[in-house]
Write a protein that binds this ligand. Structure first.
Ligand code: SAH
Length: 225
């Protein structure tokens, strides 16, 4: 998979992709993440990528030309499955969207800033809009990193134990059961006996019951789907 991220603040995207699982995924060649500085596509005197809004109002708007030139250049090099704009009013990101996107080959993620992008970008250059929740961030970079992380960890070979992603919350319509590790007793607080029983059938049953109970309490909406 290849992910191209377009931003005016490339530095904001350095650390999320340079540690742990996301870094290893790139080192193993399972994903290529390239960050593009939009300013390099701004051919005006000050390399500016935003301007005042027509009709007035507070906040700058990102101009269409640098975004268009950057997307065009990328599209000359390969075909993209989606050109995604990170946007608070987009489709709300869910595990099933991440699952679906993880099957794609080439993605562009466009990060907005200020008041967002000129609407014509959304009308003509974007194929999909994704939000990470009903709140407003100052830029799309953190949202793009969230989307990329949730997708990359699903790629075959990225997690050391392939089944791990499958037992995470939402994959089977339930949230994950509680987990424990050594010591079996700490400060008088004990691990449930069943987990120490070595009886795999009973353990699986317990995990399923716990997941169901947690889902009922925390995400009852999942059970109604
Ligand atoms: N004026 C816009 C918000 C702009 S916030 C509005 O009211 O809808 C600036 C940028 O941050 C956006 O262009 C988008 O790329 C990003 N962003 C903010 N909140 C986001 C969210 N919840 N999910 C995804 N991207 C978000």
């Amino acid at each position: 998979m290849r992910i191209d991220i377009i931003t005016v603040l490339p530095r904001l995207l350095e650390s999320p992709f340079n540690d742990s699982i996301l870094k290893r995924a790139q080192d193993k060649g399972l994903v290529t993440v390239k960050v593009h500085d939009l300013r390099e596509y701004a051919h005006n005197k000050h390399r500016s990528t935003d301007d005042y809004a027509f009709g007035g109002g507070a906040g700058m708007v990102m101009t269409i030309e640098p975004i268009h030139l950057c997307i065009q250049k990328l599209k000359e090099e390969r075909t993209y499955d989606e050109v995604i704009y990170m946007s608070p009013d987009g489709e709300m990101l869910t595990q099933s969207i991440s699952n679906q996107i993880s099957l794609q080959q080439n993605l562009i993620l466009l990060c907005g800033h200020y008041k967002g992008v000129d609407e014509r970008v959304r009308e003509h250059l974007i194929t999909r809009e994704i939000s990470i929740g009903d709140y407003v961030l100052s830029g799309g970079e953190l949202a793009a990193a969230v989307l990329a992380d949730s997708v990359i960890r699903l790629l075959p070979g990225v997690l050391s134990d392939e089944t791990s992603a499958l037992t995470d919350s939402f994959q089977d319509g339930l949230v994950a059961p509680p987990v424990y590790t050594r010591p079996a007793e700490y400060n008088g607080w004990k691990v449930p006996d069943v987990l120490l029983s070595g009886h795999s059938g009973k353990i699986e049953e317990w995990k399923h019951d716990q997941a169901l109970e947690r889902t009922r309490k925390r995400r009852p909406g999942l059970l109604k789907l």
